[in-house]
Design a protein around this ligand. Structure first.
Ligand code: SAM
Ligand code: SF4
Length: 439
C-alpha cells in the first residue's frame, strides 16, 4: 500500500484525533475577525437513503410539518449569527437533497439574501430534480447546481443502491436538459467502491466529457459509521485501487479538457468563467454551518450542531445556538496547517494571502513543511503561488479523504452527544432518526 497513505492517515489522526480537545459549547460571542465568512446550510431531507452515504440524511415525510419547522429554525439560527456580527459572502446548500424541498428552500434563500449580500450560491440536487425546482432556483439566483450522478452504469447504480433515481441513460438525458441553465452545472461521481471496475469509471468519465458537463467532482468512497455495514457487504476499500483509478483513469481522462480546481473537482477549460470551487473552506478562511449536524470553524474553534432534528429545533426555539460540541481554541500553528492543507487541496497557496492572514511570510512560518513538500516533489512555485503537481494532487486527495473520515467521526460524536442531551431533558421519543445506511 502507498506509504504516503499511511503518512496522511497518521498525520490527520494525530491532529484531529489525539491533539484536538473538546470543551463545553459556549454561547455565541461577538464576532472579532473582520470580513466575510462562508455560509453552509444543511438541508437533510432525501427521497431514499443510499447505503453508502456518509451524511446526516433523513427520509422526507411530507405528511408532517417537518420541513416547515426545519426552515423556521434555520431562519432563527441565521439571525443569531447576524446579531453576533457575522457577514456572509457566499452560501453552499448541501444535504441531504436540498432541491427536494425547493419551495421552502427558495423562500429561505430569498430570506438569506435580504440579510446578506451573497456573491455565489450553490445548491445540491439528485437526478430526479423537477423543472419547477430548477425554475425556482434560477429565480433566486443560484449560480452552481450540483447533481449526484455517482455513475451512468446501471450495474454500478444498483451496487450503490441508486436504482431509484432512474437508469444511467435517463440520468444522462436529465443532465443534458439541465446543461446551460446555471452558470455551473456540476455532477458528482463516486469512485473506489469495492472492486470498482476501471473500465466502468472510464466510460462514466467519457460520457461526461462528451456531453461537455461544466464541472465534475470525483469523490473517493469515504468511510463513516453509517456506511460501515454497506462497505463490508461489498468487500473492502482498497487504497491501491483508489490510487490506480485516480492516476490511471481520472487524471488521463480529464487532463485534456478540464482544469483541476481541487484534488477532486475539475472544471471545463473552455469555460474560464467557471471559477467557483466546490470546497468553500479553500476560499474563505472562516465558515459557519447552520442546520442539523453542521460544522463551523471560526474564531479559532470547531463547533458541531445538534444532530437530531428535535434537539436542533428545541435548542433554537429555546433561543440558544444548537451547539453540542466545541473544541478549545486551536493553536495558531494548527490553524496554519489547516490553511496549508485546504489551500493545497485547492491546488494553490498564495504567499501574499498567507502573510495577510497570519502576519508572517509562509516560508518563514512553515519552512519545514515547505522543505518537505519540495523534497517529496509534490509542489512547484510560480508567480507568488505554490501549486500542487499531479503527484501532490493525489497526496492532498488522500489527506482530505482522511480529514473527511475524521469529520464523519465528529458527526458520530455529535450524534451521541445529541442523544445524551435528549435523555437529559427527558424528551419525547425521537421521531426523526437519521436513517443513512445500516447504522
Ligand atoms: C450530499 S450528496 C448531495 C447530492 C444528492 N443528495 C444525491 O445524492 O444525488 C453529495 C455527494 O456526496 C457524495 N457522497 C455521499 N456519500 C459519500 C461517501 N461515503 N464517500 C464519498 N462521497 C460520498 C456523493 O457523490 C453525493 O453526490
Ligand atoms: S447520497 Fe443518497 S442519502 Fe446521501 S444525501 Fe444523496 S440522496 Fe441522500
Amino acid at each position: 500500500m502507498n506509504l504516503l497513505h499511511h503518512v496522511a492517515r497518521y498525520a490527520v489522526n494525530q491532529k484531529m484525533g489525539h491533539s484536538l480537545k473538546w470543551e463545553e459549547p459556549s454561547e455565541i460571542s461577538p464576532r472579532q475577525r473582520p470580513g466575510k465568512s462562508f455560509l453552509y446550510i444543511h438541508v437533510p431531507f432525501c427521497e431514499h437513503i443510499c447505503p453508502f452515504c456518509m451524511f446526516n440524511a433523513h427520509k422526507l415525510n411530507r405528511e408532517s410539518s417537518q420541513v416547515a419547522d426545519y426552515f423556521a429554525a434555520l431562519k432563527k439560527e441565521l439571525l443569531m449569527y447576524k446579531q453576533a456580527g457575522f457577514d456572509f459572502g457566499a452560501a453552499y446548500v448541501g444535504g441531504g437533497t436540498p432541491a427536494l424541498v425547493h419551495e421552502e428552500l427558495a423562500e429561505f434563500l430569498e430570506f438569506v439574501q435580504q440579510h446578506f449580500d451573497l456573491a455565489e450560491i450553490s445548491v445540491e440536487a439528485n437526478p430526479h430534480v423537477s423543472d419547477a425546482a430548477v425554475e425556482s432556483f434560477l429565480a433566486v439566483g443560484v449560480d452552481r447546481f450540483s447533481i449526484g450522478v455517482q455513475s451512468f452504469d446501471d450495474g454500478m447504480l444498483k451496487k450503490l443502491g441508486r436504482e431509484g433515481y432512474g437508469s444511467g441513460e435517463q440520468i444522462r438525458e436529465r443532465i443534458n436538459q439541465l446543461l446551460g441553465k446555471f452558470r455551473i452545472l456540476n455532477i458528482d461521481f463516486i469512485f473506489n467502491v469495492p472492486d470498482h471496475d476501471p473500465e466502468i469509471l472510464a466510460r462514466d468519465l467519457d460520457i461526461a466529457v462528451a456531453d461537455k458537463v461544466d464541472q465534475l467532482t470525483t469523490y473517493p468512497l469515504m468511510e463513516a459509521q453509517q456506511n460501515r455495514s454497506y462497505v463490508s457487504r461489498q468487500g473492502r476499500i482498497s487504497y491501491d485501487l483508489e490510487a490506480k483509478l485516480y492516476k490511471q483513469v481520472i487524471l488521463p481522462k480529464l487532463r485534456e479538457h478540464y482544469t483541476p480546481v481541487s484534488s477532486w473537482c475539475f472544471s471545463r477549460k473552455d469555460k474560464p468563467e467557471i471559477d467557483m470551487l466546490d470546497e468553500y473552506v479553500v476560499d474563505y478562511f472562516d465558515y459557519v454551518g447552520i442546520g442539523t449536524g453542521s460544522m463551523s470553524l471560526h474564531d479559532s474553534r470547531v463547533q458541531v450542531n445538534a444532530y437530531t432534528l428535535p434537539l436542533y429545533e428545541r435548542m433554537i426555539n429555546g433561543g440558544k445556538l444548537p451547539l453540542v460540541l466545541q473544541t478549545y481554541e486551536l493553536p495558531r500553528r494548527d490553524y496554519m496547517l489547516y490553511y496549508l492543507m485546504m489551500a493545497l487541496f485547492g491546488r494553490r497557496l498564495s504567499f501574499k494571502r498567507f502573510e495577510e492572514v497570519f502576519g508572517v511570510p509562509f516560508k518563514r512560518a512553515m519552512w519545514l513543511e515547505w522543505l518537505g513538500l519540495k523534497a517529496l516533489d509534490l509542489v512547484y512555485e510560480k508567480d507568488g503561488y505554490v501549486y500542487t503537481n499531479e503527484r501532490g494532487m493525489y497526496v492532498f486527495l488522500m489527506i482530505l479523504r482522511e480529514f473527511f473520515t475524521h469529520v464523519n467521526r465528529f458527526r458520530s460524536l455529535a450524534k451521541l452527544a445529541s442523544h445524551k442531551l435528549e435523555e437529559a431533558h427527558g424528551a419525547a421519543k425521537l421521531t426523526f432518526e437519521p436513517l443513512a445506511g445500516g447504522d
